[in-house]
Write a new protein. Structure first.
Length: 429
């Protein structure tokens, strides 16, 4: 079937074979294609869902696809929502780089220079040079500082849009990794880091892992929270370590906690190192949405009840921003589907809710209430390019205090790469 220009639609009761897509007859379905993406399906209710028709019945059908990095998403047209068993691959983002680092994208063999704001997808590998450091955030769940001479692979990152559960698996072949992992939102969420010698399960904590290929050993140290460590490939009980504890695992041996003397010396150096690392993390975690509201400093002279009201207001702002950013992320990608670009800075986010007057506009792409934060302030929107020429759309709220650069700010960055990959990484709530 001949592809149609963006914005044009066509009824179908035939089979589509482009891209190995097979669409069985369904009179209410509309096939929509654009120069950027393959066919999408428009539901009888008018919702346009990029993907393929599958599991078609007499009166309903599901749209979905197997996704790179694991998982899949199934949109049930009859129910008008994502089926609970559907999962989508999440993504990480490089927030900062010191020194030289390269990234090898999933499915490729070539290393390319890593850049700030670059997306880290499941299967991507980051390699750092001696003395370098790369700070990566994973959704709004974790922040990691990848040390020098380190090889880090995001093996998988799956998010269930329905239940909010998250499964993360990281491979640390060699080197050092500082991580601050937020509270896991569901009991079936997991955060696993594997090294050649050990498997570490994280349960919301601040910790450091060092993998030493020369000695085939792994050291795990905890500043706060709790982790469970087991020896890779061995049938042996896992060992739990918590605040200010550490252990070492040698390949083929069970995890061994440090002696009292070793631990005292180790923790002194560990805390000193974390003090510097945490200062580096703080500015990033606020914008990325990692951490708890209680970590924000509120005027200590305020009565406790008033302080709690401030915390409640900040939390309410974060929650609205989180949902709005999700909706604006989708809206920007829908806009991109029609225009092959994001709105300009001058057009702003209002172009997602109100017609631009251009023929490609097929909105509204979002509700106008998603354009303002909890405090009634419009979200800030800037379109820019990174040093590698990639387009980025940045959305920011200045939070409760309405001042830029403070810890109640929140930010969302959507890249052109995000939009181009949307057909395979979409999610609906």
């Amino acid at each position: 079937m001949q592809n149609l220009a963006a914005g044009r639609k066509m009824r179908t009761s035939t089979h589509l074979r482009a891209g190995a897509v097979l669409v069985a007859a369904f009179a209410a379905a509309t096939i929509y294609t654009s120069p950027i993406h393959a066919a999408a399906v428009e539901t009888p209710a008018g919702k346009r869902i990029p993907g393929k028709i599958m599991d078609e019945g007499e009166k309903s059908y599901k749209i979905g696809t197997e996704l790179p990095g694991g998982g899949r998403i199934i949109y049930n047209v009859d129910k008008g929502r994502v089926d609970p068993h559907g999962t989508v691959p999440g993504k990480g983002r490089i927030e900062d780089i010191k020194g030289k680092a390269d990234i090898k994208k999933a499915g490729t063999t070539r290393l390319v220079p890593a850049g700030k704001n670059m997306i880290v997808n499941p299967g991507d590998q980051i390699q750092t040079s001696p003395g370098a450091e790369v700070v990566v955030t994973l959704e709004n769940l974790a922040i990691s500082g990848i040390g020098g001479n380190t090889t880090y692979t995001l093996k998988s990152l799956e998010v269930n849009p329905e239940t909010k559960s998250t499964q993360v698996q990281v491979d640390l072949s060699k080197g050092k990794l500082w991580s601050e992992v937020g509270r896991l939102k569901t009991k079936d969420s997991s955060f696993i880091i594997e090294t050649p010698a050990a498997v570490t399960g994280v349960r919301g904590t601040v910790f450091r892992i060092e993998a030493e290929p020369e000695t085939q050993s792994t050291s795990v140290s905890v500043i706060s929270g709790e982790v469970a460590v087991s020896s890779k490939g061995m049938e042996a009980p896992e060992v739990l370590i918590a605040n200010k504890q550490a252990l070492k695992v040698t390949a083929g041996s069970e995890p061994a906690k440090l002696t009292a003397t070793e631990l005292l010396q180790h923790i002194v150096l560990l805390v000193e190192e974390w003090t510097k690392q945490s200062e580096y993390f703080q500015a990033i975690t606020a914008l990325a949405g990692i951490g708890e509201v209680e970590q924000i400093e509120v005027e200590p002279a305020l009565p406790e009840a008033q302080r709690q009201r401030v915390y409640d207001a900040i939390q309410a702002g974060w929650e609205k921003a989180s949902e709005d950013f999700f909706q604006l992320d989708k809206a920007l990608k829908m806009f991109y589907l029609d225009f092959a670009r994001f709105p300009t800075t001058e057009e702003g986010l209002k172009a997602l809710a109100h017609s631009t007057g251009l023929s490609q506009w097929n909105g509204p792409y979002t509700d106008p209430q998603n354009l303002v934060d909890h405090y009634g302030e419009p979200y800030q929107y800037v379109l820019s390019r990174d040093p590698y020429g990639n387009t980025m759309a940045e959305i920011t709220t200045f939070g409760y205090d309405k001042k830029p650069g403070t810890r109640d700010d929140r930010r969302k960055i959507i890249t052109e790469e995000d939009a181009r990959r949307w057909e395979d990484t979409k999610s609906y709530r």
